[in-house]
Design a protein around this ligand. Structure first.
Ligand code: ATP
Ligand code: MG
Ligand code: MG
Length: 159
């Protein structure tokens, strides 16, 4: 039934539970793909840009430095993500029939990155944690809330 399942991943135990549920659901379907995706915000300024932005009246902003700063962050995040998925799945990865795609996406916000990833890859289901790394307990996280509000495909939230 579900062929492209998106698991937005932030390392939290809730997101880990979401990944395990995705595997339970479509893991034995060789025609299915599970996309594990972390969104890194590109809406941030490197320290060099903050100082260049006026406070000290210094050099003009070097945009190529900013781009390489962002891609270095995304690369680092992608590396960490692959490592944690490898150790999380362990032996399970070998018996997995579904295709596993692990990716990092730069976007202005997690909700934006999750939505655009889902439409770019024709995802038909999103499975995510009800909460994430944030500290508040018992409530729906802001990323889950934003995805639930805006998604036009089914969203399954996991405790
Ligand atoms: P908040 O961030 O609002 O303080 P929270 O961290 O507890 O609260 P969310 O951030 O909404 O809750 O996390 C809920 C789920 O959203 C996570 O379990 C994960 O599936 C997904 N998620 C959160 N942040 C990201 C991210 N940066 N990239 C991909 N998925 C994410
Ligand atoms: Mg990757
Ligand atoms: Mg969060």
């Amino acid at each position: 039934l579900f062929k492209n399942v998106l698991v937005p991943f932030d390392e939290s135990e809730h997101a880990q539970a979401a990944l395990h549920l995705a595997i339970d659901l479509v893991g034995d379907d060789p025609g299915a793909t599970i996309h594990v995706v972390t969104v890194v915000s590109n809406d941030i300024m490197p320290p060099s840009m903050i100082s260049a932005s006026g406070a000290f009246g210094e050099a003009p902003v070097d945009y190529s430095t900013y781009e390489s700063f962002l891609s270095a962050i995304a690369e680092r995040s992608d590396h960490d993500l692959h490592d944690s998925i490898d150790s999380l799945l362990g032996q399970d990865a070998r018996t997995l029939q579904a295709k596993l795609v692990v990716d990092t996406r730069l976007a202005p916000s997690p909700v934006d990155g999750i939505s655009t990833y889902a439409s770019d890859h024709c995802c038909d289901l999103i499975i995510m944690g009800r909460r994430g790394l944030g500290a508040l307990r018992g409530m729906l996280g802001s990323v889950s809330y934003g995805v639930l509000r805006s998604s036009d495909i089914p969203v399954l939230t996991v405790k």
